[in-house]
Design a protein around this ligand. Sequence first.
Ligand SMILES: [Zn+2]
Length: 348
Amino acid sequence: MQFHSFNLLNIDAHDLLTILEYQQSRGEKITLNHLKNAIAKLKSQRAPLITRFAPSPTGYLHLGHLGHILYLWTIARAVQAQIILRMEDHDQTRCKPKYENAIFDDLKWLGLNWSNQSFQKGVQGSSFRQSDCLEMYAFQIQQLKNQNVIYPCCCSRKQLQDRLAQKPANAFNSELAYDGFCRDKNTTSKNAGLRLTLDRESIAFEDLLMGKLVQNPHEQCGDILIKDRNNNYTYQWAVTLDDLRHQINLVIRGQDLVASTGRQIQMQRILGENLPPHYLHHPILTDSAGLKLSKSTKATSIAERRAAGQSAEAVIGIAAHAFGITDNNSPISVGEVSNLILDKVHEA
Ligand SMILES: [Zn+2]
């Protein structure tokens, strides 16, 4: 089985605990107890919890996504959170309708439900599809322009890289901190993107699994790009606005996105929201080289497996095993995987 070569970052994937025992760079372990505490904390909240599953239709879902799905649906069930399905197709140069259709088909085939049932395949004009919300993103930019916190920027990544004379730090952090080159230039080029000025401040937040984290977005990314030079709204801009308008108060996502959290909190503040959502960043599946599973690491898509006649339970069984939830890859449903995880959590 090719999947046996996948590691959960640094650890043996054949133990039930490994889904949670992710050795972080800070040297702390995430254990079943962390998950138990996270669930207890979320259950003690008065407000009804709303989380989201927000894939980008830039390719087919694969086992890495399925691991995320197992976390998301399990935790949401444990804390009775609503799951909003959102299509993050802000980048029109990379997103394709065939991928969006496949995501809907995959979710149905896997037996998964979402709360915003009005959002279905082929429904146009939905507030849950980013490409249907371009006017809203533009309107919010206009609001911020009036506050003088936005400026045009023509810099390419190459130009910035040359100025900084540095290379991206690692595979999960390929970004460069923007140096403010265009801030006072008042560029009028048609090919300019837009940046939002970020104050130099540290943002502290409590991750439900990783504990207290402190980030300084200005040092990480500098003034943040909210619209790129191809006229696409960026992930950071779209997701920040979407989480606000969809009233998301629980963000469950992979640890590859943890670096985005401080800046999204900072952007929410600029937009007038001072109460950030709860955040839970979970371990992700990587290949044997430590890279996130993706098309480029040749992860077989769920759609391909579905087309090849595999059952949903067979595919879930492979993912559950790769994530170390089960000790073999026997067929299993999402509900059964959730039961296994939650039983272990209760025993912890
Ligand atoms: Zn610039």
